[in-house]
Design a protein around this ligand. Structure first.
Ligand SMILES: Nc1ncnc2c1ncn2[C@@H]1O[C@H](COP(=O)(O)OP(=O)(O)O)[C@@H](O)[C@H]1O
Ligand SMILES: [Mg+2]
Length: 441
């Protein structure tokens, strides 16, 4: 992509409305623009990252056996009256009346709608288990939308819903999502820590929030430091997942809501007690027959008797993750994208557009990298070198490749690792080889 033909409105100054670093950098790097409080347009750079995150989430959901559907953003009020949540949800729900005076709402979540779809189409235990997910916009009329995409009113969520014949089987569905979450976040370059969360009136141990550590996070976190070093294993979804779950749940790890100071002191040695702030990027929850009973989502069991199915729901904050990754990975000069979610892999800087040698070598490098399947952003603008360098650091692509008149004469490229700042001058072929893989940390 040629920058001269792209749409990348970067800002030199820090926007005054942005309180946290990810919001500032996302505005400055031309990723998003606010359209109303807590409602954002994605500009091309932001959209590319969102799509890459979505793709990782989708691949890992599919791998874990979940099946993708797409439910609408608007839902009829009736199904929420059936579950009893229409009144309970209060002002966070955006309620809409259509021209026929029918009550609709912009979905804040989808338990009711998926339960309706399930009950209308599945009758027998033989069709179980099922886990259906979608990646769709939600609306919650938050009192205090803030921190850019981190706490928006309209936001993109992956939400999955599992249906099982009994609790034991539902527990397996839960374990699969647990492992899929570990894998998804790790692929994005994040360490997301599962923390025991409140299960409400249902009780049990089947609710976890996945939290990434960041100073600006809204949750306070208390955990055993060793959780941070646990490896995320390959997942065998047909096999026994308990060892993975046990490894990650063996340590104390809770947010302020569930924290118990005495237990923390008793179970975690002093030098391992980690108190920090974190961002909730995912939340998984087993809620049993909470919706299947009032909404009559029944299947016939092996004994011929009807039973209400056991369900759980599993959310990932896809748009929040864009901000979360920036919070976790930046420096004073800008963003540092992990390879897997970077909007482009390489920023190619032509220091003298119009100079025959520079133009020719840039084209050559651009074509070679593109042929290797890499995403290249080619800064061919007629701008000062200083502007090009600071924009490149700001947008944070993993590699920078710089070509100026002197190097061009010798056929050389200066390659910079954005994360470490390390630079090296290489001949074209060596540069292509290096730039074709993620930089070393
Ligand atoms: N207002 C919001 N803006 C952006 N992402 C959100 C917002 N609310 C929730 N999310 C994301 O969606 C995921 C699932 O939401 P859920 O757990 O139902 O929300 P909450 O924790 O607010 O009750 C959360 O883990 C979070 O990553
Ligand atoms: Mg939550």
């Amino acid at each position: 992509m040629r920058l001269s033909e792209y749409f990348l409105p970067t800002l030199k100054e820090n926007p005054s409305e942005a309180q946290i670093v990810s919001h500032r950098l996302m505005l400055r790097a031309g990723m998003v623009r606010q359209s109303a409080a807590g409602i954002y347009s994605g500009l091309p750079m932001g959209l590319r990252v969102l799509r890459k995150i979505e793709r990782i989430v989708r691949e890992e959901q599919d791998r874990a056996g979940a099946i993708e559907v797409l439910m609408p953003t608007l839902q009829p009020a009736e199904i929420w009256r059936e579950s009893g949540r229409y009144e309970d949800y209060g002002k966070e729900m955006l309620r809409i009346t259509d021209r026929h005076e029918r009550d609709l709402l912009y979905g804040p979540t989808n338990e009711e709608l998926i339960t309706q779809i399930f009950r209308d189409n599945v009758r027998s235990y033989r069709d179980l288990p099922k886990n259906l997910y979608h990646i769709q916009w939600k609306f919650r009329d938050e009192i205090r939308p803030r921190f850019g995409v981190m706490r928006g009113r309209e936001f993109l969520m992956k939400d999955a819903y599992s249906f099982d014949i009994d609790e034991a089987s539902a527990r397996r569905a839960y374990q699969k999502m647990f492992v899929a979450y570990l894998r998804s976040f790790r692929r994005m370059g994040l360490k997301a820590l599962p923390m025991a969360a409140d299960t409400g009136p249902i009780g049990g141990d089947l609710s976890h929030e996945f939290i990434i550590l960041a100073e600006t996070g809204e949750s306070e976190v208390f955990c055993h430091a060793d959780i941070l070093d646990l490896p995320v294993p390959e997942a065998d979804y047909e096999g026994d997942l308990s060892p993975v779950i046990d490894a990650f749940t063996q340590y104390y790890a809770r947010t302020d809501e569930m924290h118990d100071g005495d237990e923390f002191a008793a179970n975690v040695p002093g030098d391992k007690q980690l108190t920090a702030r974190g961002i909730e990027v995912g939340h998984i929850f087993y809620f049993g027959q909470k919706y299947s009973e009032p909404m009559k989502a029944m299947v016939t069991g092996p004994d011929g008797k009807d039973v209400a199915v056991h369900s759980g729901s599993y959310g990932i904050g896809v748009s929040r993750l864009v901000g979360g990754i920036v919070e976790a990975s930046h420096d004073d000069d800008g963003i540092i994208w992990p390879w897997a979610v970077a909007p482009f892999h390489i920023g190619l800087v032509n220091l003298k557009t119009g100079h025959e040698g520079c133009d020719a070598l840039c084209e050559k490098l651009h074509d070679a990298l593109t042929q290797n399947g890499l995403d290249v952003l080619y800064d061919d603008r007629d701008e000062r070198a200083g502007t090009k360098f600071s924009d490149m650091d700001l947008i944070g692509l993993p590699w920078q490749a710089v070509i100026g008149p002197r190097g061009a004469d010798k056929g050389e490229v200066e390659v910079k690792n954005r994360a470490t700042g390390e630079k090296q001058v290489l001949a074209l072929d060596a540069a292509v080889a290096l730039l074709s893989a993620p930089p070393e940390k």
